[in-house]
Write a protein that binds this ligand. Sequence first.
Ligand code: F6P
Length: 480
Amino acid sequence: MPSQLYDFVVVANRLPVDKVGTTDDGEPLYETSPGGLVTALAPVMRSQHGAWVGWAGAPDEAGDAFDSDGMHLVPVELSAQEIEDYYEGMANGTLWPLFHDVIAAPEYHRHWWDAYAKVNRRFAEAAAAQAAEGATVWVQDYQLLLVPMMLREQRPDLRIGFFNHIPFPGYEIFSQLPWRKRVVEGVLGADLVGFQRRSDATNFLRACRRAAGATTRGSHVHVGHGEGRRTVHAAPFPISIDARGFEALASDPAVIERAAQVRTELGDPDAILLGVDRLDYTKGIRHRLSTFKELLEDGALGDKRVVLVQVASPSRERVKAYADLRDEVELIVGRLNGDHGTVGWQPVHYLHQSFPRDEMAALYLAADAMLVTALRDGMNLVAKEYVAARHDDDGVLVLSEFAGAADELHQAVLVNPHDIDGTKGAIVEALGMPKAERRRRMRALRRRVREHDVERWARDFLGALQDGAHAHDEEPAGQA
Ligand code: F6P
């Protein structure tokens, strides 16, 4: 039993820290990672006496809970086998492709599911051990779909929220999952279930009716019987970024200077297109490269010298679909540069690396158009970062209608990334857009992102969770 209990507990697959080395005594040394979730939740954690339960990111590494940056961090240990079956397997080989509309084929393995359930129980137990009587516990994402109910069974006194960061698929797809009923029942352990888009919440409500036989009314799900009868609220709470922080970073003279330097280093092209993604098949990188290749080949760009900078940060490299994707992308980039480059000039600058935030801000400032052409994406925070960085009110965002951000960023040039001709047209439009129009659109986009930042997201969700969850809308979702 920990010596102290916490009124606010976040449960996420990962702790909000990166291991940066070891102390002289061999103890791991951590640094807070710069993600949006931690930026939003750190102030709440500090003011409300919070603890964060998560995996430290390496096998067999747990150790004692520790304090970092005013937060109490509680590592959950995963063995190498559990990482393979729970994280790479069930989470990223089954649920990730299934929830992203089967862009890659999900695999269904019973031993992955068993590991997933076992690890979810470990997270639930760790959270239950930290939570004070009546505490608020906020469970994050598809890796932990069973945690809300496991937690409720142990601790009915808790107020439990769950937020799904990725899309929730239509029932025709979700129903493939052999464990669909248990997944829905797991999530329904929460009092409030948050999604990125209204359509995700609607899909979930349908899954509640079809897979678990629950009754829904509007955005509420009725579960249990008699004394155990409860109501769960499912609603959209679109996540965002630390907009002010990002704008401040992009306004730093050193970053502005670096943006100019980037343009020079790229050979002072007429236009820079930018893609920034984890190297993931959901991001549409192959489609984007095909689109760019056609633009180069059919002369649609006129005599403009246009480069595409594609940052593809390494991700989930031990999962086969990701390793295959890397091979394919690198083959396409190599061919494209081979066919269209000259000595001292290459059309695609491909960077299989992660960069610090200030370098990213400089790239955003340098880019004439940002290509966020995901085939499916829960939100896509890169789109919001680009907008927040453009304090010069310039630049054009080309945005996939299949990214959650499309529900909010209406002044972007919206595209269907499967439609190569349509996307080519959108890029040509972006590069030819008059300055006044670029400015009008970017100002409106910036206002939206500034007013709906990640701090507001956390406040809205936690406020709704405290109020007994009566946020947003009451649109009827229909009965079974
Ligand atoms: O978008 C979902 C998500 O799991 C994020 O929470 C996370 O930052 C990102 O994907 C990277 O995933 P992973 O933790 O598997 O590296």
